[in-house]
Write a protein that binds this ligand. Structure first.
Ligand code: HEM
Length: 99
């Protein structure tokens, strides 16, 4: 990831979770699903930081920091989706104002 670029789930975060992680954690949440990760982001961040997850060995520091920066920068889903979301919300806002 280059500096200054948006950190997104689709590009930067999802690929950090191996198939083993996704399978093992399905009982609690789906690590390959943005909505699930977002909903459990605090617990996930805590377990990554304290090194207790993944169960077979902690992440390297730079991966933990990337995950942390993703949280701090607002948990973007993907660059493209966010753009379309903001267009949709502007349209919606316009409709509400013109009523
Ligand atoms: C990056 C990968 C992973 C993340 C972020 C992660 C995260 C978490 C979190 C947040 C919990 C607490 C869930 C809750 O209490 O609702 C948890 C529990 C658990 N995880 Fe993972 N996990 C990962 C990978 C794995 C792997 C590879 C295994 C083992 C094969 C595993 C096995 C478990 C088990 C058995 C629990 C329940 C017991 C406990 O809370 O320690 N996880 N994990």
């Amino acid at each position: 990831m280059k500096t200054g670029e948006t950190i997104s789930f689709a590009v930067d975060i999802k690929p950090l979770f191996r198939e083993r992680d996704q399978r093992s954690m399905k009982f609690a949440f789906d690590l390959w699903e943005y909505d699930d990760v977002k909903q459990h982001v605090a617990a996930i961040g805590e377990r990554l930081r304290d090194g207790s997850m993944p169960c077979d060995g902690a992440w390297p520091q730079e991966q933990i920091e990337l995950f942390q920066r993703w949280i701090e920068s607002g948990c973007h889903r993907s660059v493209r989706l966010r753009e379309s979301e903001s267009i949709a919300s502007r349209r919606m806002h316009g409709r509400l104002l013109s009523r």
